[in-house]
Design a protein around this ligand. Structure first.
Ligand code: FE2
Ligand code: FE2
Length: 129
């Protein structure tokens, strides 16, 4: 059963961003499944790095979309993205520099919180209605 799933509560009212969020959540799900499925450290790290690369792309596209819309909360939103990315890098580097063979629970908790507090509570604010 999937752990990270997109559903209508995450609908931000902009279809291109919904598509990106679905992809983002799929990449999170891949990390989750590799981690629990006994994949090697290298495979887990590759999945985490794929997620990280897409996060950068998504934040850039989302900020460009908000700028185009003249969304007033853009600066604050940009700062939240920078904080999320910093936290993501901190978690990733801690794993990369450890001997651990699995990601810790708090990594999954962090991803889960990202979906529920950032996408659901913050991204939905740029929704046109
Ligand atoms: Fe987003
Ligand atoms: Fe965002």
């Amino acid at each position: 059963m999937a752990y990270f799933v997109w559903d209508e509560d995450l609908d931000v009212g902009v279809e291109s961003m919904n598509d990106q969020h679905r992809h983002l959540i799929d990449l999170m799900e891949t990390v989750y499944q590799k981690n629990r499925g006994g994949a090697s450290r290298d495979e887990i790290l590759a999945a985490v790095d794929d997620l990280g690369a897409f996060v950068i792309e998504h934040f850039r596209d989302e900020e460009a979309m908000m700028a185009e819309q003249g969304f007033p909360g853009l600066d604050a939103h940009r700062q939240l993205h920078a904080n999320l990315l910093a936290d993501f890098s901190r978690h990733t580097e801690a794993f990369r520099n450890s001997e651990a063979t699995e990601l810790p629970e708090d990594f999954m908790a962090f991803l889960s919180l990202w979906i529920n507090t950032h996408i659901m509570a913050i991204d939905t604010k740029y929704s046109p209605e």
